[in-house]
Design a protein around this ligand. Structure first.
Ligand SMILES: Nc1ncnc2c1ncn2[C@@H]1O[C@H](COP(=O)(O)OP(=O)(O)OP(=O)(O)O)[C@@H](O)[C@H]1O
Ligand SMILES: [Mg+2]
Length: 366
């Protein structure tokens, strides 16, 4: 997959801008707060229909303007796809997504047309942060990879909210209990699908990440990854989830919150047998984060048969020369868009195109 063109209109601090990325590496360089990350954010919007930085679409519209527009022209093995997103301030729910010129009815239909892996310094929180950060990491990539997962996640979140609302209502009127069974069933069905996809994905991720980690850190600091869930291994996941919901029911009714299910699951990351979140040094945690991102790249490539694009937001300056070298070697052949404030951070990397970013303008320099 290669991106041929990105066009921004009234997106963040850009009035109008166009980027023609190189087939290999494109560098966006400029001082702080000029609009480098904004370009990556626009691409992310075309991958997943949302920003990686804000849940509020209106934040993306240029101040003082009514609508923002982003389009991406992407070349797949089977031809060119055009993807565009229009956001309007007047109606917050109005997000128009077009694929090949035709408006899609559901955001899920966007998934997979433009596939990207984004790596930014904040990704260290996948290792250092709480379980929610790790679930988000899995959800973002799996949603792009498999629309069925994205839809299951939507159904799950909806059922979870409904069940929690019902639990609160039951505190006041116990008769509301009558519909609890129905929500449990919906939750169990969607939850089982989520856990099944996540287990498969984590298994693939584990192999790739462990190999990367071994190359970077050496064999005596082995990384391990496990998906942590209360659901039992094997088939009958939905039955099992239903059993957990029933067992937790009394407690859930007292606390008016759903205490079991994939919304509480986690990814366990260990280095040499110890939890990286708690015992890892800064450097070890960075290596784990880098290994996870590189693993994501190779899992997507294997599943889809073509590499996604890689977006590197200011990560080079954070890596020591050895890790930087590993990264550069591994992304050879992958279309990459990288931001930096200082071009010397990219010494040793082959730079196809260089754009100077200044106050919401893009100027090609090389
Ligand atoms: N909706 C908006 N309309 C206009 N300008 C905006 C909007 N949202 C953000 N900005 C501006 O965009 C700029 C930030 O852009 P961006 O995050 O891309 O910077 P950057 O070049 O990546 O900087 P850094 O090197 O610090 O990461 C800020 O100056 C901010 O004020
Ligand atoms: Mg930035």
């Amino acid at each position: 997959m290669k991106i041929k063109k990105i066009r921004l209109v009234n997106f963040r601090n850009y009035a109008r801008a166009e980027l023609l990325p190189d087939a290999r590496m494109t560098v966006l360089t400029g001082r702080n707060a000029q609009g480098k990350t904004n370009v990556l954010e626009a691409l992310h919007l075309c991958c997943l229909g949302r920003s990686h930085r804000t849940p509020h679409d209106r934040d993306l519209i240029r101040w003082g303007e009514d609508a923002a527009f982003v389009s991406v022209e992407v070349l797949h093995r089977d031809g060119t796809h055009d993807v565009s997103v229009t956001l309007s301030r007047a109606d917050r729910r109005r997000k128009v997504v077009r694929v090949g010129g035709a408006q899609v009815a559901r955001i899920g239909e966007l998934m997979g047309h433009v596939n990207a892996v984004l790596f930014a310094p904040e990704d260290l929180s996948i290792v250092k942060g709480g379980p929610a950060e790790r679930r988000r990491f899995i959800d973002m990539e799996l949603s792009q990879l498999r629309p069925a997962y994205f839809y299951a996640l939507q159904r799950y979140v909806r059922a979870l909210n409904q069940r929690n609302n019902l639990l609160r209502e039951m505190l006041r009127s116990p008769a509301a209990r009558a519909t609890l069974d129905a929500w449990d069933e919906q939750l169990a069905l969607a939850g089982a699908q989520i856990v099944r996809h996540r287990r498969e994905y984590v298994q693939a991720l584990r192999e790739a990440a462990c190999a990367c980690h071994r190359d970077i850190a050496g064999a005596d600091e082995a990384l391990d990854i496990a998906y942590v869930t209360q659901l039992r291994a094997g088939d009958g996941l939905a039955q099992d989830m239903l059993r957990l919901l029933h067992e937790a029911r009394e407690q859930d009714m007292r606390r008016a919150v759903t205490s079991v299910g994939p919304h509480r699951d986690d990814l366990r990351l260990t280095v040499a047998g110890r939890e990286a979140r708690v015992f890892g040094s800064q450097g070890q945690q960075r290596t784990v984060a880098l290994s996870l991102k590189l693993a994501e790249l190779s899992v997507v490539e294997r599943e889809r048969g073509e590499a996604p694009i890689l977006l590197l937001d200011d990560v080079m300056s954070e890596l020591d020369p050895r890790r930087r070298q590993q990264l550069i070697e591994r992304i050879d052949g992958v279309q990459t868009i990288v931001t930096c404030t200082d071009l010397s951070d990219l010494a040793g990397a082959r730079q196809g195109a260089v754009y100077r970013v200044e106050a919401g303008t893009l100027r090609r320099e090389a």
